[in-house]
Design a protein around this ligand. Structure first.
Ligand code: SAH
Length: 222
């Protein structure tokens, strides 16, 4: 990929990104490593070119297929939560790859990200985007994330970027001892970001904040 496209110009330039990072700091994001990744990851390359002038606003944006790219603050918050709990060289399962922005941010901090998306054409677009960006420690799979990815389980941490009405049992089952699951839980109107922790085979939970995600659906769309 050419450097100019990667670095961006005007509304996608590093200066514009600095403003976003300052906003994230104001909103309470503390980890320097996460702020640095948010600054250097070209969010404008994860969305349609027609919207790229809005890439560094702290808002969710449409990516087609009725889906959205998550708001940067939420991506930073979920990443920070995961990294605070993850061991060195962590293996992470992500449900809801979408355009791959959260995947790309996480992949820069952990050993490997296994990511599942149910909409095949969206996943294939994301696959070539991550290759273009030379992000290689990611395995993508088209499937129903409610079932997790048993072949690669257990995972140190699991992150779901679509809202579940109830926490899928398979995800709790595929969590390593001491591992955490970060997941938005609720209906269309009201959701809470929850943190579940597995310790001595018991599950404890904590509520982080109110959020709004697209719903976690079942099955696959080809
Ligand atoms: N992580 C993305 C946001 C994705 S939006 C980002 O960084 O911006 C949520 C995604 O979850 C959508 O692409 C949607 O298709 C997907 N999704 C919803 N239910 C799913 C399921 N059961 N399994 C896998 N993916 C699912």
């Amino acid at each position: 990929m050419n450097t100019r496209r990667l670095e961006g110009i005007g509304m996608t330039s590093l200066r514009t990104r600095e403003r976003l990072v300052n906003r994230l700091i104001e909103q309470g994001i503390q980890r320097i490593d996460v702020l640095e990744t948010m600054r250097t990851t070209p969010r404008h390359l994860f969305i349609d070119e027609a919207l790229s002038h809005r890439a560094y606003e702290d808002v969710a944006l449409p990516i087609g297929f009725n889906q959205t790219i998550s708001q940067p603050y939420i991506v930073a918050r979920m990443t920070e939560t995961i990294l605070n709990a993850a061991p060195e060289e962590a293996r992470i399962l992500e449900i809801g790859t979408g355009c791959g922005y959260q995947t790309a941010i996480l992949a820069q901090h952990v050993k490997h990200v296994y990511s599942i998306e149910r909409i095949r054409p969206l996943l294939e677009k994301t696959r070539s985007r991550l290759l273009d960006l030379k992000i290689r420690n990611v395995s993508l799979h088209c499937g129903d994330g409610n079932k997790g990815w048993p072949r690669h389980a257990p995972f140190d941490c699991i992150i779901t970027t679509a809202a579940a009405s109830e926490v899928p049992q398979a995800l709790l089952d595929q969590l390593q001892e001491g591992g955490v699951l970060v997941i938005p839980v609720g209906g269309r109107e009201f959701q809470e970001l929850k943190l579940y922790r597995k310790e001595k085979d018991k599950i404890s939970d904590e509520t982080l904040e109110s959020v709004r995600f697209v719903p976690l659906l079942g099955g696959v769309e080809n």
